[in-house]
Design a protein around this ligand. Structure first.
Ligand code: TXA
Ligand code: MG
Length: 597
C-alpha cells in the first residue's frame, strides 16, 4: 500500500481544549481522519458511515484493507445504527463492561459499509471510558471506525507522541489525552452466539466475562475443528519493534501482582534494598534477574558489538548494577516498568517500552515473560507476537524501520541538565574539529535526550573541541574544511581553535582524544580526571568493543593526521571518523548519563 503524506503537518490538539476537540469532531464527520486517545491504546478514527473516509485510515496505516475495524461510540444509543441484532449475551456484556476496554462483536447493520468490516457480516462495537475519548466521540455523534493508530506491524501507540511518530503528515489531527491507562488493546468478544468467544485477550479477563455471562467462555484458539478463526488479520506481523524480541521466563512459583485486579492502578514501586533483604527475598531477586544476565552474556559472547534492551522490573536493573560488570552495563539499555511481577505495569508500558528501546539502537530486546490467567494472558499474547516478528509481512506493508522519535518540547521535562563531550587533539585545527562537526550532527539527528537516572529529566547535549598545544583563534586546515563539508554537509570554515585548559576539562563530562598519546598526556597532567579521559581506542575497549585482525590480534583505532596528504586521504579520514563516532554514539551518550528520550 502506497503511503502518501497528505498534510504539511498534522495538528496536535490538547485533550483539555474543548473547542479543539469539537473542531476535530467536525472534521471527522466531514471525512477527515483524526487520532484520539482511549484507555487501551490510541485509535485512528474516521466516520464509519463514510466508506471514502474509512479508506483513508488504511492508506495512513499502510494496512491491508482485509482487516475489520471497530466502531467506537460515545453514546450507547448509537448501537442500534451499527448492528442488526443484539443477542442477550451481547446485551449483558454491553451493560457490564461499557464504557470500558471491551469490544463486542455483533451482526452488522446495512448502514455500516463493507469497508469497515472487511466484508464480514459482523461488526465490533466499543465504547471507551477515557474521558477525552468520550468527549470527542460524543461530539462526533456518528460511529467512529478506528484501528490502533500505529503504522501497520509496529507496536500500538499509547501516547500522542508515538502516534505523531507514525502518523505526522498522514492524518488531519491527533488529540493528546496523555498516557493510555491500560496500554493494551481491548478484549474482543464474539457475542453473536450463546457462548462468548474471546478473539483477543485484554484487560477484561476471561473470568470477568464468565462471571457476566454466567457460563463458560472460549478463546478463539480453542474453537472446535472446522470452524474458521473469527479474528482476521491476526496472522500478520504485529506489535513488532525493529529489534528482535526474546521472552525471559518468570521464575516458577512466583506470584503475579494485579493479574485479576479490575483497576489499572500499578503497585507502589519498591527498589530492592540488598542490605536489609532476607535470604529468601535475595534468592527471589536472583531468580528473576538471572535469565536476563545469562542470556545477555551469551549474546555478547557471540557478538561483542551486540546492544541489548531490557524490558523488565526495577529488580532486574538493580541486580545488574549490584553485579557492576562495566562491559555488560555499557551494552545494556533498560526500560523499567515497575515491580517485576506487576502485570498491570508491564502491560501499561509494553508498547512504549519497545518503542523506547528501539530508539536506543539495541539489536535484541529481552522482555519479562509473565504467566497468569487474567491480564497476563493479554500481555503475553502481545509479547509473543512482538517476539514472533518473522510473521508474515504483507506485500506492500511498510518495511520495518527503526523509529525516529518526534520532537519533544523541553517543557515536557520537570528539569533539564546539560552534558558535554569534548574532543581533544594537539592544535585543534584538523581532526578534533572534524570530530566536533560529526558529533554535533549526530546529536542533532538523535535529539531529544533525557537523563538515565530519570526519564522526567531532560538532557541537552553539547559537543566542543580543543587542542592541548593549540593557540587560540587559528583557522581550520583547508583540506579538512572541504572533506567535512563533503562528508557531513557541515561548514566548519568559521570554527577557530581553542586551547584546552582545566576549566574546559572541568566543564566536560567526557574527554575523547583521537590519538592514544593525547589521552595519556592529559591524564598525566591531570590525574584526578582520569576516569573521564579516553582515546577513541581506550573508550571502545572500555565498552568491550574490541577489534581483531585476521590473526586474532587486537587492533587499536588509528586515524593518521591527513595534513600534507591528498584530497582522497582527507576524505578517507573523515569517513573513518564518522564511522567510529556513529558506532560509539550510543555508548558515548550513555557514558555522560544520557539516553534518547
Ligand atoms: O482497544 C482497542 O480495541 C483499540 C482502540 C483504538 O479502541 N483498537 C484496536 O483496533 O485495537 P485494531 O484494528 O488494531 O484491532 C481490532 C481487532 C482486530 O484483531 C480485528 O481483527 C478484530 O478486532 N475485529 C474487528 N472487527 C471484527 C469482526 N467483525 N469480527 C472479528 N474480529 C474483528
Ligand atoms: Mg492494531
Amino acid at each position: 500500500m502506497e503511503r502518501e503524506k497528505i498534510y504539511g503537518k498534522t495538528k496536535l490538539v490538547s485533550g483539555a481544549d474543548s473547542n479543539g476537540i469539537k473542531e476535530c469532531a467536525k472534521h471527522l464527520v466531514s471525512g477527515e481522519v483524526v487520532a484520539f486517545p482511549t484507555e487501551t491504546v490510541y485509535g485512528l478514527g474516521a466516520n464509519a458511515f463514510d466508506a471514502g473516509a474509512v479508506e483513508k485510515i488504511f492508506a495512513a496505516k499502510g494496512r491491508p484493507s482485509d482487516n475489520p475495524l471497530i466502531c467506537h461510540i460515545g453514546d450507547k444509543a448509537l448501537i442500534k445504527d451499527i448492528v442488526s441484532e443484539i443477542t442477550p449475551l451481547a446485551q449483558k456484556l454491553i451493560d457490564a463492561f461499557m464504557p470500558g476496554p471491551v469490544t463486542v462483536i455483533m451482526k452488522k447493520s446495512d448502514k455500516i459499509p463493507a469497508e469497515v468490516t472487511a466484508g464480514l457480516d459482523t461488526v465490533g462495537v466499543r465504547m471507551p471510558s477515557d474521558p477525552v475519548a468520550n468527549e470527542f466521540l460524543k461530539a462526533c455523534n456518528v460511529p467512529v471506525a478506528a484501528p490502533s493508530a500505529n503504522l501497520s506491524g509496529t507496536p500500538s501507540p499509547t501516547n500522542a507522541r508515538a502516534v505523531m511518530e507514525d502518523m505526522d503528515g498522514y492524518v488531519y489531527a491527533v488529540i493528546d489525552g496523555g498516557d493510555s491507562v491500560f496500554g493494551l488493546e481491548s478484549t474482543v468478544v464474539d457475542a453473536t452466539g450463546e457462548k462468548p468467544v474471546i478473539l483477543r485477550p485484554g484487560a477484561i479477563t476471561k473470568a470477568d466475562i464468565e462471571a457476566c455471562a454466567s457460563g463458560e467462555a472460549a478463546f478463539a484458539g480453542t474453537l472446535e475443528a472446522g470452524q474458521t478463526p473469527k479474528a482476521p488479520g491476526m496472522k500478520y506481523r504485529h506489535y513488532a519493534p525493529f529489534a528482535n524480541v526474546e521472552i525471559m521466563d518468570m521464575p516458577k512459583g512466583a506470584v503475579l501482582i494485579g493479574d485479576e485486579a479490575d483497576d489499572a492502578a500499578p503497585s507502589e514501586v519498591k527498589k530492592p534494598d540488598f542490605d536489609s533483604m532476607s535470604e529468601d527475598d535475595r534468592q527471589a531477586l536472583v531468580d528473576i534477574a538471572s535469565p536476563f544476565i545469562h542470556r545477555e552474556k551469551e549474546l555478547l559472547k557471540a557478538n561483542p558489538f551486540a546492544r541489548v534492551g531490557i524490558f523488565a522490573g526495577v529488580e532486574v536493573k538493580a541486580l545488574y548494577e549490584k553485579l557492576g560488570d562495566k562491559i555488560l552495563l555499557a551494552h545494556t539499555e533498560f526500560y523499567e516498568y515497575g515491580n517485576a511481577l506487576d502485570v498491570r505495569s508491564a502491560a501499561h508500558s509494553l508498547f512504549e517500552g519497545l518503542r523506547h528501546l528501539d530508539c536506543q539502537e539495541v539489536d535484541t530486546i529481552l522482555a519479562q515473560g509473565l504467566n497468569g490467567g487474567g491480564m497476563a494472558t493479554a500481555y503475553m499474547n502481545r509479547l509473543e507476537k512482538a517476539a514472533g516478528k518473522k510473521g508474515e509481512l504483507l506485500p506492500g506493508m511498510p518495511k520495518p524501520e527503526r523509529p525516529s522519535r518526534g520532537e519533544l518540547p523541553l517543557e515536557a521535562f520537570k528539569d533539564t541538565f546539560t552534558a558535554q563531550i569534548l574532543f581533544a587533539d594537539d592544535d585543534n585545527t584538523c581532526l578534533s574539529q572534524a570530530c566536533e562537526a560529526i558529533m554535533t550532527g549526530l546529536i542533532e539527528k538523535n535529539a531529544p535526550y533525557d537523563m538515565l537516572v530519570s526519564r522526567d529529566i531532560g538532557c541537552e547535549l553539547y559537543c566542543e573541541s580543543a587542542g592541548i598545544t593549540a593557540s587560540d583563534g587559528a583557522v581550520c586546515d583547508e583540506g579538512i574544511i572541504k572533506a567535512v563539508s563533503e562528508e557531513t554537509g557541515r561548514n566548519i570554515s568559521h570554527c577557530r581553535s581553542t586551547r584546552a585548559d582545566p576549566a574546559l576539562y572541568d566543564a566536560s563530562d567526557i574527554i575523547i582524544t583521537v590519538r592514544d598519546e593525547h589521552a595519556f598526556e592529559i591524564i598525566k597532567a591531570f590525574p584526578q580526571i582520569k576516569d573521564k579521559v579516553f582515546s577513541l581506542s581506550t573508550f571502545a575497549a572500555s565498552c568491550g568493543l574490541v577489534f581483531k585482525d585476521a590473526n586474532g590480534r587486537l587492533v587499536s583505532v588509528s586515524i593518521p593526521d591527513p595534513r600534507g596528504e591528498n584530497e582522497a586521504t582527507y576524505s578517507h579520514t573523515v569517513k573513518a571518523l564518522k564511522a567510529w563516532l556513529e558506532l560509539l554514539f550510543p555508548y558515548l551518550i550513555k557514558a555522560v548519563g544520557a539516553e534518547r528520550a
